[in-house]
Design a binder for this molecule. Structure first.
Ligand SMILES: Nc1ncnc2c1ncn2[C@@H]1O[C@H](COP(=O)(O)OP(=O)(O)OP(=O)(O)O)[C@@H](O)[C@H]1O
Length: 351
């Protein structure tokens, strides 16, 4: 379980995370939503002790991340899919990390298999597409076979097959009783994957609720009714005291998806033909837009307005501090991803 308690992070005058408290429980995929700049990445970084909170605390199964004896076996994270050595093969990237964290080598092959990179395991990762890099980042997260997994925008760059795969992966991990915490801007995908939601805006908690309750609470649900006998149907609704809104295309809208059964029966009793009787539930995207409308920090402007689009300065990529770094000649950091690195054995698959 992840426990976030009154977490606050300030950068100078900017409050990125504002007195945030929530828990992430095992056995569920919990979605972490918020508009750009809401504080999601900052919160995730504090969960991994990559940033110190200004106030409050995070506990991973009751402990700080950096106090965990073998952190990769507790919690695996995908924060920045580019945080690996471009000149090294996928296999050797993982092997290096595994050896530094006392994880057996056989696990490298296992995670490459899980993420579908076995065929390219010996290739230098700098040649990887965005989607392949994302899969390698997920392999890093899975390496320690952790009970808790955290993914920041895991579907970035994945094709439809990849998106389908990660959806099933996250659901399976949760079904195994693991804690899965995932941020994404892809609402349609989140709606299919997450069963619980934490929503933040401008660093503050906006919602901590089930997916179904979130959509119901932040959107209008109604039944659409269409009939070739529109006038008769209007009279029937009037006599029965049904509040039906007539919309431009000749259909009626009646609030509440549960109204469909009664309306169908009413129409049948009055021998009215219906061409449509369809419950309409807003999408997660619509509910999200509705809830966060007041918390959107970065607004796009029309092309004919003088100013452009705001943007958040991105912190540099880092690895979790509790995880041991690779050996000194293969340091995480500056030279990564900038051409061939020190491992000359690509093609052999061992470090
Ligand atoms: N290192 C930093 N220095 C200064 N400000 C920062 C730093 N990191 C984040 N911020 C600011 O904190 C706020 C929250 O940023 P954060 O990246 O956590 O948001 P986010 O919800 O992850 O956004 P996005 O969806 O765009 O990735 C933003 O206003 C951002 O500009």
């Amino acid at each position: 379980m992840i426990e976030v308690e009154q977490l606050t992070k300030r950068y100078g005058q900017k409050t990125a995370v504002d007195n945030l408290s929530f828990q992430v429980h095992p056995g569920h995929v919990t979605g972490f939503l918020g508009p750009n700049g809401a504080g999601k990445s900052t919160t995730m970084r504090m969960m991994l002790d990559l940033d110190n909170p200004t106030a409050g605390r995070v506990r991973i199964d009751g402990q700080r991340y950096r106090e965990l004896a073998e952190p990769l076996k507790y919690m695996g994270a995908l924060l920045d899919a580019k945080a690996f050595h471009g000149g090294r093969s996928a296999y050797n990237n993982l092997l290096c990390y595994a050896q530094a964290n006392r994880i057996p080598e056989r696990r490298v092959g296992e995670v490459l298999d899980i993420v579908g990179l076995t065929a390219v395991a010996k290739k230098k990762s700098k040649g990887f597409s965005l989607g392949m890099g994302q899969r390698l980042g997920i392999a890093f997260a899975l390496l320690g076979d952790p009970r808790i997994l955290m993914f920041d925008e895991p579907v970035n760059g994945l094709d439809p097959e990849g998106i389908h795969w990660i959806r099933n992966l996250m659901k399976n991990l949760a079904a195994q009783g693991r804690t899965v915490f995932v941020s994404s801007h892809l609402m349609s995908e989140m709606a299919l994957t997450a069963d619980h939601l934490i929503v933040i805006g401008q660093g503050k908690l906006l919602a901590d609720t089930s997916m179904a309750d979130f959509i119901a609470a932040n959107s209008r649900s109604y039944v659409r009714v269409r009939s070739p006998q529109q006038e008769r149907l209007r009279d029937v609704f009037h006599r029965a005291g049904v509040t039906a809104i007539e919309v431009g295309d000749g259909s009626f809208e009646i609030d509440g998806v549960g109204a469909a059964k009664g309306i169908g029966e009413l129409a049948a009793q009055n021998q009215i033909t219906l061409h449509e009787l369809s419950p309409q539930q807003a999408s997660l995207e619509e509910a999200f837009m509705q809830m966060t409308a007041g918390s959107v920090e970065y607004h796009a402007h029309n092309l004919d307005t003088p100013s452009g689009v705001g943007g958040a300065p991105m912190p540099p990529p880092q690895m979790p501090p509790g995880a041991a770094p690779p050996p000194p000649q293969q340091q995480w950091g500056g030279g990564w991803g900038q051409g061939p690195g020190p491992d000359q054995d690509q093609g052999q698959g061992k470090g």
